[in-house]
Design a protein around this ligand. Structure first.
Ligand code: NDP
Length: 452
């Protein structure tokens, strides 16, 4: 880090980050969003600049990159690249998911890890931020191939993780099946049943109730709080959700349970518009059981349901939009169309699904509330932290108790974002509220722990 960096000027620091981390535009984007509202905060608290807290925050504490060779069912050898980034441990052990997707690069994992630091801080739980992944594509692979890949990955990763060190979980492309294979290999290599090393485990062997549903349910609980702040509720609202994976499916389930009418859903092959309301059992059958394409939905559903090949769902008119697929999936053009079609609330289920320009459109539009993923999708990691708590005490909570604690946590995050925004002259701005509140929690802990 250049000694000329002032430590109080976020623009100077951002340029430094761009220069020092070339070719990682998603990481730059994530840093830009966090730094944007921090100028006045840093001026009011000069001790942060003196201790170079920001400069330390944007540099991961550690990054591990390794080769993962594996053999497919035909006997051919493949070589994948995997990585794990421990971004910040001021508040607890590194915590964050593993992503399996052919597009994964170090820049992707660093953006996700950086987001995770502030998200985890917002939960108020004792978890630091980390993330990992591999450029492996589980699509179309047999269970045996996925198992061999997971076992090979864990054969290196095991030495870097543990309940008090780094606790991976699932993310896109990594769910119960993968966590099972990863945990089995960890157990075999270490000879210990350290359940708290991985979260997202099966509920029959150390997994928390509600973990599968947590991110989607938590998102809708957050939306409910946003609506309540405007004296509104979900009943009868028209909702469009992108993605048809873990987050989207359980967001749809909870939104429907609370009376919303979900009319749009998508996957990487295109978007479904179903004016009669999405048949979630059919989506679950196609996506979770058959691991198929949403293209089949319209055919099997009949009625007025249509499938638009290669499209996003953002041209479907709705009051509430929940982007739950992937980063930068919703751009300024989509945002303008949503606003024109009457959207009044946008909450991110995915990590950074809206481009910077799209966020600006929502924030400039009259009467549109917008919540960034680090606040609205924090339910998944919150229940992961509950899982760690249960593993440490060898205890298990009921579904109802866990769901209640999830609702409480999402309510607290919502309240913290709003209160922090108001205290810093950013009334009703969830982006500023989330970033300032997350930053203050981590930065205060870093100050207390000295220059490490
Ligand atoms: P999944 O892999 O279960 O589902 C992702 C869905 O998004 C799939 O339906 C996929 O389509 C679709 N999708 C992926 N890429 C694209 C694209 N470029 N265009 C359109 N659709 C796409 O992932 P999750 O639901 O677990 O995660 C989704 C997002 O939520 C990610 O950003 C993740 O980081 C974030 N998140 C996840 C948490 C969790 O607990 N799982 C916690 C917090 C955030 P297809 O089915 O065709 O592959």
């Amino acid at each position: 880090m250049s000694p000329s960096t002032t430590g109080t000027d976020p623009d100077v620091l951002l340029q430094d980050v761009i220069d020092r981390n070339p070719g990682e535009p998603e990481f730059h984007q994530a840093v830009r969003e966090v730094l944007a509202p921090l100028g006045p905060v840093l001026e009011a608290r000069p001790e942060f600049a003196k201790a170079r807290v920001l400069e330390r925050l944007v540099e991961p504490e550690r990054q591990v990159i390794f080769r993962v060779p594996w053999v497919d069912d035909a006997g051919d050898v493949h070589v994948q690249r995997a990585m794990r980034v421990g971004f910040n441990s001021a508040l607890g052990p590194y915590k964050g998911g593993m992503r399996f997707n052919p597009a994964v690069t170090l820049g992707t994992i660093k953006f996700l890890g950086f987001e995770q630091v502030f998200k985890n801080a917002l939960t108020g739980l004792a978890i630091g931020g980390g993330k990992g992944g591999a450029d492996f594509d589980p699509k179309g692979r047999s269970d045996e191939e996925v198992m061999r890949f997971c076992q090979s990955l864990m054969t290196e990763l095991y030495r870097h993780i543990g309940p008090d060190q780094d606790v991976p979980a699932g993310d896109a492309g990594v769910a119960a099946r993968e966590i099972g294979f990863l945990f089995g290999q960890y157990k075999r290599i270490t000879g210990t049943y350290a359940a708290g090393t991985l979260t997202g485990k099966g509920t029959g062997w150390g997994g928390a109730q509600v973990r599968t549903e947590a991110t989607g349910y938590g998102l809708v609980y957050f939306v409910r709080e946003m609506l309540a702040a405007r004296y509104e509720d979900l009943d009868g609202r028209t909702v469009v959700v992108s993605g048809a994976g873990n987050v989207s499916i359980f967001a749809i389930e909870k939104a429907q349970a609370l009376g919303a009418r979900v009319v749009g859903v998508s996957d990487s092959s295109g978007a479904v518009h179903d004016p009669d309301g999405i048949d979630l059992d059919l989506v679950k059958a196609i996506k979770l059981q058959e691991r198929g394409r949403l293209a089949e939905y319209a055919e099997r559903r009949g009625g007025e349901a249509t499938f638009d090949e290669g499209a996003t769902p953002w041209s479907i008119p709705c009051e509430i939009a929940l982007p739950c697929a992937t980063q930068n999936e919703l751009d300024a053009k989509d945002a303008k169309r949503l606003v024109k079609n009457g959207v009044t609330l946008v909450a991110e289920g995915a990590n950074m699904p809206c481009t910077d320009d799209a966020v600006a459109v929502f924030q400039d539009a009259d009467g549109v509330a917008y919540a960034p993923g680090k606040a609205s999708n924090a339910g998944g990691v919150a229940v992961s932290a509950f899982e760690m708590e249960q593993n440490a005490s060898r205890n298990g909570w009921t579904f109802e108790n866990t769901d209640e604690r999830l609702q409480t946590t999402m309510g607290q995050i919502h309240e913290l974002c709003r209160r922090t925004a108001a205290e810093h002259d950013h009334e009703d701005d969830y982006v500023a509220g989330a970033n300032i509140a997350g930053f203050l929690r981590v930065a205060d802990a870093m100050l207390a722990q000295g220059v490490v």
